[in-house]
Design a protein around this ligand. Structure first.
Ligand SMILES: *Cc1c(COP(=O)(O)O)cnc(C)c1O
Length: 483
């Protein structure tokens, strides 16, 4: 496919503007004026529509394909939520509008959305308050680690370590390191949980906190989670909940009730919002009562008259971590999603997500290695090591063949502790028919791996891009169009 720049024809126009009758501004100084016009493609409106419509058809999305990308919770994004986010008074709101007047906050409706969403998240997680500011899960983790530091500082000491299991998402150690902590990695035991003995051995008064995903990235809920949080609290460490897998436990279990002190949620995962391709996201962080005073500014509050305002006067706050009010559009969709489903609906969503994952787990366990063969939560993690041994077929080959057959691949090669990992998260959105045809396809792949591995190695055949030289693509990154 040609770039839009390559479709450019000199003087072709998409829009014609009327003659400019505004007097020329004198104040614009010469150095800010362009010497020559910008190198923009010169194309008609129809050229633009076709170009981008065709580009969009080359992509996978939840709206077009089954998308079992583990850990990412690629659920159906209800159009109701998109509609709510598109309401003019929300979508065209200027971020400075609420604070336009000195003592009277405008955009009361938008502030109410932030305020009420926070209340809903508190009810869902059992936390005392949330900051709605962080822009994604990883940003929430960094905020959480900074909250830990602020907390320990007021307790009179700097602590050095954050404990993280080896099944964790890569953002966990990265966020801890960015906040100035050293990371202690704990291995996974034969049950697929953080090794309790090893954990206790490393736990001491130098540990600021313990970061856990629960259920973890193997899709396993640690039955001894309370024992872990009690032990952490005993030495004064804080428990951090990576909420990426909250979709497994909505309405069933609240992180606040099992000892977590800080929680981030990935609103774009658990509460809908199309996020394939890297955005947009929102990663609000919730905390227990003791930590509320450290939350970032600003905070949406409500005065005696029932009016919403922005609170900046928080002397113990860690300060700004993002401009304005977080990713408002994603928060608004979350609010719509929660109201749309209600408590029962959210609980049913988790029930269905867990059932779907277990159905896949049981259906495919004779075809693929299942390193942790036990009841899972909302995702199940297979390994292609049997196929690799048989005929050199790797998780990557399976992923490419799935793409060719209209299925977005599961997450591959993660979690890192499983060789040739295939991490499948069907979510609650999919019908039994869709899941059955996926299972059939996976069985066909297992058969091909035995009988005709070359067919898998040749995939993808139907895609606009075939196998890339990934090393070359990374080393010789070529993203800039040169005329
Ligand atoms: C997605 C994910 C993250 C990071 O969240 P982002 O919103 O992508 O920054 C962290 N931990 C786990 C387990 C995840 O799946």
């Amino acid at each position: 496919m040609r770039l839009i720049f390559e479709k450019s024809i000199p003087d072709r126009r998409g829009v014609k503007l009327p003659m400019d009758d505004v007097p020329k501004a004198k104040s614009l100084r010469g150095k800010y004026l362009r010497k020559e016009s910008a190198l923009l493609p010169e194309v008609s409106e129809l050229d633009v529509v076709r170009h981008f419509t065709n580009l969009s058809k080359m992509n996978f999305s939840v709206d077009t394909n089954f998308y079992p990308l583990g850990s990412c919770t690629m659920k159906y994004n209800p159009k109701f939520c998109e509609k709510a986010a598109a309401v003019d008074n929300f979508s065209n709101l200027h971020p400075l509008w609420p604070q336009l007047l000195k003592d009277d906050y405008l955009a009361q409706g938008a502030l109410e959305v932030l305020y009420e969403t926070e209340k809903q998240l508190c009810a869902i997680t059992g936390m005392a308050a949330f900051t709605m500011q962080p822009m994604a899960g990883a940003h929430g983790e960094l905020t959480g680690a900074m909250l830990m530091a602020a907390y320990h500082k007021t307790k009179g000491g700097r602590r050095k370590y954050i404990i993280i299991p080896d099944s964790s998402h890569g953002t966990n150690p990265a966020s801890a390191a960015l906040a100035g902590y050293e990371v202690i990695v704990i291995s996974t035991d034969s049950d697929g949980c953080m090794d309790l003995g090893e954990f206790k051995k490393h736990l001491n008064k130098d540990v600021a906190g313990v970061m856990l995903t629960c259920p973890n990235t193997l899709g396993i809920f640690n039955p001894r989670i309370k024992e872990i949080s009690d032990a952490a609290h005993e030495v004064g460490a804080l428990m951090y909940y990576d909420g990426a897998n909250l979709n497994a436990i909505l309405g069933k279990c609240r992180p606040g009730d099992i000892g977590f002190d800080i929680v981030h949620l990935n609103l774009h995962k658990t509460f809908g919002t199309p996020h394939g391709g890297g955005g947009p996201g929102a990663g609000p962080v919730g905390v227990t009562e003791d930590l509320v005073k450290f939350l970032p500014i600003s905070v949406v509050a409500k005065d005696d008259r029932g009016k919403f305002y922005l609170e900046y006067n928080k002397p113990k706050s860690i300060g700004y971590i993002a401009p304005f009010y977080g990713n408002f559009g994603v928060i608004l969709k979350t609010y719509a999603y929660i109201l749309l489903l209600g408590k029962e609906g959210l609980t049913e969503a988790s029930d269905a997500a867990v059932l779907a994952a277990n159905y896949i787990r049981v259906s495919l366990k004779n075809d693929y290695d299942l390193p942790y063969d036990k009841i899972c939560m909302h995702e199940c993690v297979f390994s292609a090591s049997k196929q690799k041994e048989q005929s050199g077929i790797m998780a990557l080959d399976i992923a490419k063949y799935l793409i060719d057959n209209g299925v977005h691949p599961p997450t591959v090669y993660f979690p890192l502790i499983i060789k040739e990992a295939l991490m499948i998260e069907p979510t609650e959105s999919e019908s039994k028919e869709t899941i059955d045809s996926f299972i059939e396809l996976m069985k066909k792949i297992a058969k091909l791996a035995k009988e005709n591995p070359q067919e898998l190695k040749n995939a993808p055949g139907n895609m606009p891009v075939k196998r890339l030289d990934e090393t070359k693509a990374a080393r010789e990154l070529n993203l800039i169009w040169n005329p």
